[in-house]
Design a binder for this molecule. Structure first.
Ligand SMILES: NC(=O)c1ccc[n+]([C@@H]2O[C@H](COP(=O)([O-])OP(=O)(O)OC[C@H]3O[C@@H](n4cnc5c(N)ncnc54)[C@H](O)[C@@H]3O)[C@@H](O)[C@H]2O)c1
Length: 328
């Protein structure tokens, strides 16, 4: 039985704590949050205790930590947990600064503990099956990857200000997926972006609509498009085209009911947002983390993957500012 301490009792923290509590191989012993009320509510729900970070990390019964707190706490908590010998599952992104990520990667290597980064989309059953089709050679060598990711609603401007911007906060998931599906590292990034959804996002210094092209050394291409708005729900689709064929994964809808009449055929909307759309992915991610913690698997999404995705996000920021392609 792996005993876990979780940092962060917010939106994603509630999901991970619930998945730990439901897993027969793990127990949620501690919840740590600077918002004491949030920590107490989540701990009470799952029979855990609320403690300070130092006490949790000093407890030898704690074998692993889940870091689901705000982004600006990740690197520090990863380092402290790794130094304490705990296995780590940390939400994306590792940090917003490459220098800070590099220091964190070095600290993790020195500690020799496994770290899993929360790129949950790789654990989605449909996207995992799509990847297996590529690995099994069903589409031949990959030539084009197309990733569509649109949120149902824009976040509040207060969130935008501390998020690190669309490329580091939102598209970072798609950069990770693109690297994974291309099977080669991108060497060039070109970004174009606008503020079309909410002027307050522009006033906060960010964009809300973006198109990015990645190119690998052999010429494979990925096209990623993001929007902070989709009137019909959370739009998450991938298509991978290769020499022998094409494989795609579409949206998951609220129901499978389709109504056909003289006006055409209509169906249900995509599942509303990430908590619903990726519920299975979060469970599979946690199950994988328990395998990693037990030494039976290597992290599918490592801290080096976290670094590589941030590197592409930084290149996209640079490309947008300079209106030119940026070498990675
Ligand atoms: N992989 C995904 O699908 C996904 C989805 C949502 C959020 N995230 C990531 O998860 C993280 C949290 O996002 P959220 O939407 O749950 O945010 P949130 O604001 O709902 O929750 C964050 C929590 O962290 C707490 N916190 C802040 N500083 C802390 C500290 N030093 N120690 C302990 N707790 C602290 C806050 O009080 C808050 O309760 C972010 O880094 C975000 O990028 C990932």
């Amino acid at each position: 039985m792996l005993e876990i301490c979780q940092f962060g009792a917010g939106r994603i923290g509630a999901i991970h704590a619930g998945n730990v509590a439901a897993h027969p191989g793990a127990t949620l012993r501690y919840v740590v949050d600077v918002d004491r009320k949030a920590a107490e509510a989540l701990a009470a729900k799952h029979g855990a205790q609320v403690v300070e970070a130092d006490a949790a990390l000093a407890d030898p019964r704690i074998g692993a930590v889940i870091i689901a707190s705000s982004t600006d706490t990740h690197a520090d908590l990863i380092e402290r947990s790794a130094r304490a010998g705990k296995r780590v599952f940390c939400e994306k992104p590792v940090d917003l600064s490459m220098k800070r990520v590099d220091a964190c990667v070095a600290a993790v290597r020195a500690a020799g503990v496994p770290v899993l980064i929360g790129f949950n989309r790789r654990f989605d059953p449909s996207f995992a099956a799509l990847k297996r089709a590529i690995d099994d050679g069903r589409v031949g060598p990959v030539e084009l990857v197309q990733i569509t990711s649109r949120d149902p609603n824009p976040p509040p401007p207060a969130y935008v200000k501390v998020s690190g911007g669309l490329f580091r906060d939102m598209m970072i998931h798609d950069f990770d997926m693109a690297r994974w599906l291309l099977g080669e590292e991108p060497v060039e990034v070109f970004a174009s972006a606008s503020c079309l959804v909410d002027p307050a996002i522009g006033a906060a210094g960010d964009v809300d609509t973006a198109a990015v092209t990645l190119r690998t050394a052999s010429g494979r291409l990925a096209a990623i498009t993001n929007s902070r708005r989709a009137s019909y729900g959370y739009d998450q689709r991938i298509e991978v085209h290769g020499a022998k064929g094409c494989v795609s994964a579409g949206n998951r809808t609220e129901t499978t009911v389709a109504l056909a009449d003289a006006g055409g055929v209509t169906g249900a909307k995509p599942l509303h947002f990430f908590l619903e759309r990726y519920a299975e992915a979060y469970r599979a991610e946690l199950a994988h983390f328990l395998e990693v913690a037990a030494g039976r698997a290597k992290p599918l999404t490592s801290i080096e993957d976290g670094r590589a995705a941030l590197r592409l996000a930084e290149a996209a920021v640079e490309s947008l500012a300079g209106r030119r392609a940026v070498a990675v």
